[in-house]
Ligand binder design. Structure first.
Ligand code: PMP
Length: 369
């Protein structure tokens, strides 16, 4: 999009010429492009949320609880149940999606004159959040073919730029794989003054045996683990992301957040959802089964899926990813072209959606290989 000269000239020089981030939101029958859950929120959760909102809406003349204290306690209880790691409410922080908590982290620990590093391909908002807040971004690299992050290479790349912030992603979007646990400790040692963030947006979908970086929080006070209710909790529209860290690190985020950033309805819906965690997470196993089916059936078609710990699968082996993306769209299936040559990313949906995608893909091979 081109902007009128007055606006372009007034814009911060480092933002000129940039285009905004965003996957297309198209009205297509099968939407498998943004790693949302395809399952609606269960009726029992809606009923409880409506009850709670009926009371809370009356009080909307007042600002919300600025410290979202009861939500923090509920998040701590959920993490104890999900990961076995017991944290205090003072170690929890939340925002409007984990994108906002990542922004708070960069506001507090990055910024002009500071450096952040991540390992590409990873979540594309990491460099955008860093750079739009004036932080220098170092594009660290993963293995070009397997997309694995070699522990020694990560340590070397981190040492070479002496960062203020390291942004890791496990399970990694868009590749799907979780990081080896040792990588996090190695990176912490290689960046002796940095805040090390592990973005665990997809943690609930990890294969058995995957350990959460939450286990390391007790020993590492510069470590932050971010999570979200947008994926496994089927609540992308509620906008609730959170993080866990040392209480002093969390307290520092109060310097940069806007007051009352979490609305009363947001806090209410999130608390009700956490009370219903087992019901909301009941679809996780079904989604994992579809993910594994995607890996298996795409490989059988001669494509190259990357093993996944998330609710999506990255696959390679396409002659022209943009052309396949268009052909899938014409067949009523929306997936994501994340800009890796020959690759597309598809979210694991319901069994029916997965079948629709696999059938459409099956019609395109071998011509698209
Ligand atoms: N981290 C990762 C790795 C993601 O893939 C996403 C969503 N695509 C987010 C964070 C942000 O999610 P939200 O703001 O909805 O919590």
């Amino acid at each position: 999009m081109s902007r009128i000269p007055e606006v372009e000239a007034a814009l911060r020089p480092d933002l000129r010429g940039r285009t905004a981030y965003g996957a297309p939101q198209l009205d297509v029958a099968v939407q498998l492009n943004t790693n949302e859950s395809s399952y609606p929120v269960p009726g029992e959760v809606i009923a409880d949320a409506l009850d709670r909102l009926r009371t809370d809406l009356e009080g909307l003349n007042r600002y919300p609880d600025r410290e979202f204290s009861s939500l923090r306690a509920a998040l701590a209880d959920y993490l104890a149940m999900q990961s076995g790691v017991r944290l205090s409410p003072a170690q929890l922080w939340a925002g409007n999606g984990s994108n906002e908590v990542l922004q708070h982290l960069v506001q507090a620990f990055g910024g002009p004159g500071r450096t952040a590093i991540g390992f590409t391909p990873a979540y594309s908002m990491h460099p955008i959040i860093a750079e739009t807040l004036g932080t220098r971004w170092v594009d660290g690299q993963r293995h070009a073919e397997s997309f694995d992050l070699d522990v020694d290479s990560a340590a070397e790349q981190v040492r070479a730029c002496d960062p203020d912030l390291v942004l890791l992603c496990s399970p990694n979007n868009p590749t799907g794989t979780a990081l080896p646990f040792a990588a996090i400790e190695t990176v912490l040692a290689a960046a002796p003054r940095a805040i090390v963030v592990v973005d665990e947006a997809y943690a609930e979908f990890a294969r058995p045996g995957t350990r959460s970086a939450l286990e390391l929080l007790g020993d590492h006070h510069r470590l932050v683990v971010t999570r979200t209710m947008s994926k496994a909790f089927t609540l992308a529209g509620a906008r609730l992301g959170y993080l866990a860290a040392h209480p002093d690190l969390v307290d520092a985020l109060r310097l940069v957040r806007l007051p009352y950033h979490l609305s009363t309805p947001t806090q209410a819906v999130a608390e009700v959802a956490l009370r219903h965690a087992p019901a909301l997470l009941a679809t996780v196993d079904a989604i994992k089964a579809e993910r594994d089916r995607l890996v298996e059936e795409l490989a059988a078609m001669g494509l190259r899926p990357v093993p996944s710990d998330a609710n999506f699968v990255l696959f390679g082996g396409l002659a022209d990813a943009a052309e396949t993306w268009e052909a899938l769209l014409a067949a009523g299936v929306l997936v994501r072209d994340i800009g890796i040559p020959g690759h597309l990313r598809v979210t694991a949906g319901t069994p029916e959606e997965t079948s629709r995608f696999l059938e459409a893909m099956g019609d395109l091979v071998p011509e698209h290989l």
